[in-house]
Design a protein around this ligand. Structure first.
Ligand SMILES: [Zn+2]
Ligand SMILES: [Zn+2]
Length: 379
């Protein structure tokens, strides 16, 4: 089948039934695609690993046609996340598919629609996030907790992701990127941003209450501080040697984690501890500190995924009625909200761009913890 016919605006056109109103919509559609000059090549570049622990290869892939319920997205910016390192190294209990193209911070433009797609149009600016799809029917999906669906597919893990020039996405689970947010700014919001935003929601801290953010100066932390501030929380930023930076992001106070009286200082400042604690660091001392920083009835939220277990001071948990919970990315609604904060200029990502050809070097730096903020690949 000719790719150009199968997946250009013609597909968009034919996906509408021919009622008079939909016919005119379809004409507008095809015209819009033409106006945007969308031409789709027959092959494109993709980063893949064939086996866990191997380096990336850049290959030429044949352009796929989106199937029923799918869209083809031209990727304009694709963020690199630490989860992608675990995906290609194969060091998590559940292994990714192989060969694999990772990437779950894909920001791009819909260039073709599969059969039956009506929620997005050719030319729409969309994001592809970790939750590639969910069943929509299980108890978790029905309750608005699709991120816990046991039948979910994950972008760049169980299906190929966004570290390539074009990617197939489930139309139901792409999110619209507001016009006010550039592709490069949007990409990191799709994982780093929504993870911290949802984590903050999960602390249940109300406007005017204190939230302590451990690891506040990192790739996730710098976003957490801005979201928390925008959500009306009083931010206590904790990191090592990043006081000026976290102050500049909007923290009310910044405390160095190496200060032996760190917990004491924060407990005094907050008059009893933080209402919520968001732990973004993945070290054992950070986990212990998280529980110690919580106020009576406070909530500690963990989002990091290091291997193994973590110690919990049981007396603090019981006597102070501290809740400890995990939080994993966010739903489509959380994503839309997280992007909306960025659209209103309340959250700005510290992101640098690099070409796809640098991917092995970028991942070496990610593994070594030598990347500040976020790197987005322009494929
Ligand atoms: Zn991620
Ligand atoms: Zn489900």
């Amino acid at each position: 089948m000719c790719h150009k016919c199968a997946i250009s605006g013609f597909r968009a056109f034919s996906s509408f039934r021919c009622s008079p109103s939909s016919r005119s919509r379809a004409f507008l559609f095809a015209a819009a695609a033409q106006k945007r000059n969308i031409s789709i090549p027959t092959t494109y570049k993709a980063a893949i690993v064939n086996n866990h622990g191997e380096q990336f290869k850049i290959i030429d892939r044949e352009m796929p046609s989106p199937k029923k319920g799918e869209v083809l997205v031209k990727i304009h910016a694709s963020g690199c996340c630490h989860t992608d390192v675990h995906a290609i190294d194969g060091d998590w209990p559940v292994k990714s598919k192989l060969p694999l193209t990772p990437g779950h911070e894909g920001a791009g433009e819909v260039v073709a629609l599969g059969e039956g797609v009506s929620n997005v149009r050719v030319g729409d600016r969309v994001g592809m996030a970790w939750l590639y799809s969910a069943c929509g029917e299980c108890e978790h999906c029905v309750a608005g907790w699709e991120t816990l669906c046991t039948k979910q597919q994950n972008c760049g893990y169980s299906v190929d992701g966004a570290l390539q020039q074009y990617a197939i996405a489930a139309a139901s689970h792409v999110v619209k990127i507001p016009d006010a947010v550039s592709y490069v700014q949007a990409a990191p919001v799709l994982c780093a941003g929504v993870t911290t935003y949802k984590g903050l929601k999960e602390t249940e801290v109300k406007p005017g209450q204190f939230v302590s953010i451990i690891g506040a100066g990192g790739g996730l932390g710098h976003l957490a501080v801005q979201y928390a501030r925008a959500m009306g929380m009083r931010v206590i930023a904790i990191d090592i040697g990043k006081k000026d930076y976290t102050d500049s992001l909007g923290a009310e106070i910044s405390v160095d984690a190496t200060d032996s009286s760190c917990v004491e200082k924060i407990t005094k400042y907050t008059d009893g501890g933080s209402h919520g604690v968001l732990c973004l660091a993945t070290s054992t001392p950070a986990f212990a500190m998280a529980t110690n920083l919580a106020r009576r009835r406070g909530t500690v939220v963990h989002v990091g995924l290091p291997p193994g277990t973590f110690p919990v001071p049981i007396f603090d948990v019981v006597l102070k009625r501290v809740s400890i919970r995990g939080s994993i990315v966010g739903t489509r609604t959380d994503l839309q909200e997280a992007l909306d904060f960025a659209a209103r200029g309340l959250v700005k990502v510290d992101v640098k761009t690099e070409p796809l050809a640098n991917i092995n070097s970028i991942f070496d730096r990610l593994r070594a913890g030598r990347i500040n903020g976020r790197v987005a690949i322009i494929p």
